[in-house]
Write a protein that binds this ligand. Structure first.
Ligand code: NBP
Length: 483
């Protein structure tokens, strides 16, 4: 077969098929392959009928169709399937050829694969792909990282098919090793946080303000015209007013037990591993876990009493706007925490992350796309060395303006007994972050009292000392290290 395909794509499930059609629309010739090869014929006869897409029945045949350097992209289930394909592909490729993994792989796996492939002369790229089915078809957000030598060869395809925001592609080179998949992981964690915040706003509207679905939908429609303008607020507006065949609101019939595929959990684990207080994403993961304890919650709901009513008795219109402000302020905290985590990982892995560029990559095409990300991009453009988003004048000002309403919502929710874990943890983080002095002095004293773990004095940082607090303990201290 003559070498005519610009790129091969392995994996003909929802993401792969749509990405192929998107590439085809942008003038690239794609060779399609799938483990179950019968799907190749079916795809060519149906979804890809009338396109320039070609198919291959084996990896050998697929590789022969490719222009050099060969570009092979996988969109298969993350995990061993990716390693299996790499093992089969490497002997068929030449030095300088490129393998791209567009699945939701763990960044540590990508770091390993980049290294292993480089040892064999193959350029490996791990790319976050966000936007689901629609994004893949009409413009995803793409977050490629890995072997930088691959970027010039894949850039035209990636930037060609990516979503555009402010006329710029939502795709740029992220960094070495697993940087692309790390950034995608944080994106997914932030998505967990955004969804949880919206759910808490909905819960308060329903339980504290007794609003019906049509009213709530209108509120989200209104919110979508301001600073909260985003894909997730927009779909929430649609979901809330969607009626089932019997005329009843569908969302109210859905079992309140949240599923998860793991990327939020990975973000929380990375936060713990790197010692970064990414509390809002953590709470969002735990909120899903709590929701799934349905039977236990049903029993507990009969036994564990809360306040006599969840109904808010004050100025409802004003409280509704306070919920909007609490959502906005909490969202700022969540993104500030997500960027803190990326900054720490960049420091540890020596990635040169472009934070404004990342905000632009998320600005369109993906699930967390929003107007707000434009403000984040601007903040990092003004100051690429910004240590924390909260210190940017725009976001500092936004938090100051919403602060009173945010505190009112968290306090009222606590009084009424309506759970708002993400709103609350965001506010606790804000108060902790802005505290010149925290009670960790007492904590250090406790550690030294019971475990001789030592402490530093305010006027002698870096010098660890131990006190014999009781008079009968020894004077020997434990080793000093950070877990
Ligand atoms: P799936 O995650 O459902 O994977 C289906 C593909 O993986 C099929 O091509 C299947 O081949 C192949 N596959 C499986 Br399953 N096990 C395999 C194995 N052991 N060896 C070789 N191939 C295997 O597809 P998807 O939803 O299109 O997602 C593709 C990737 O993109 C995943 O990593 C996913 O996490 C990620 N992603 C998905 C979305 C989304 O919205 N769905 C969004 C962003 C990223 P077969 O046909 O022979 O079974």
């Amino acid at each position: 077969m003559s070498e005519k395909a610009d790129i091969a794509l392995i994996g003909l499930a929802v993401m792969g098929q749509n990405l192929i059609l998107n590439m085809n629309d942008h003038g690239f010739v794609v060779c399609a392959f799938n483990r179950s090869v019968e799907k190749v014929d079916s795809f060519l006869k149906n979804e890809a009928k009338g396109t320039k897409v070609i198919g291959a029945k084996s990896l050998e045949e697929m590789v022969k169709t490719l222009k050099k350097p060969r570009r092979v992209m996988m969109l298969v289930k993350a995990g061993s399937a990716v390693d299996d394909f790499i093992i089969k592909l490497v002997p068929l490729l030449e030095k300088g050829d490129i393998i791209i993994d567009g699945g939701n792989s763990e960044y540590v796996d990508t770091t390993r694969r980049v290294k292993e492939c480089a040892e064999k002369g193959i350029l490996f790229v791990g790319s976050g792909v966000s936007g689901g089915e629609d994004g893949a078809r009409y413009g995803p957000s793409l977050m490629p990282g890995g072997n930088p030598a691959a970027w010039p060869a894949i850039k035209p395809i990636f930037q060609g098919i990516a979503a555009k925001a402010d006329n710029e592609p939502c795709c740029d080179w992220v960094g070495d090793g697993g940087a692309g998949h790390f950034v995608k992981m944080v994106h997914n964690g932030i998505e967990y946080g955004d969804m949880q915040l919206i759910c808490e706003a909905y819960h308060l509207m329903k339980c504290a303000l007794n609003m019906d679905n049509s009213e709530m939908s209108k509120v989200f429609e209104e919110w979508n015209k301001g600073v909260l303008d985003s894909f997730l607020i927009e779909i929430t507006k649609d979901i809330l007013k969607f009626k089932d065949k019997d005329g009843k609101y569908l969302v109210e019939k859905i079992r309140d037990s949240a599923g998860q595929k793991g990327t939020g959990k990975w973000t929380a684990i990375a936060a713990l591993d790197y010692g970064m207080p990414v509390t809002l994403i953590g709470e969002s993961v735990f909120s899903r876990c709590l929701s799934s304890l349905v039977e236990e919650r049903h029993k507990a709901s009969e036994l564990l009493k809360g306040p006599p009513t969840t109904e808010f008795k004050g100025d409802k219109k004003k409280f509704l706007d306070s919920i909007r402000q609490a959502l906005y302020a909490s969202k700022i905290i969540s993104y500030a925490q997500g960027f803190m985590l990326m900054r720490e990982a960049a420091h540890l892995y020596n990635w040169n992350l472009n934070y404004g560029g990342i905000a632009l990559m998320w600005r369109g095409g993906c699930i967390i796309r929003s107007v707000f990300l434009g403000n984040i991009k601007t903040a990092f453009e003004h100051n690429p060395k910004l240590t924390n988003l909260l210190l940017d004048p725009f976001f500092n000002d936004a938090i100051q303006k919403s602060q009173a309403a945010w505190r009112e919502v968290v306090a009222t929710a606590a009084v009424l007994g309506v759970p708002t874990p993400a709103f609350s943890t965001a506010l606790a983080f804000y108060d902790g972050y802005r505290s010149k002095r925290l009670p960790a002095n007492l904590l250090q004293a406790q550690r030294d009292y019971f475990g001789a773990h030592t402490y530093e004095l305010l006027n002698e940082p870096g010098k660890f000392v131990h006190t014999n607090w009781t008079g009968h303990g020894g004077n020997v201290s434990a080793s000093t290290y950070q877990a």
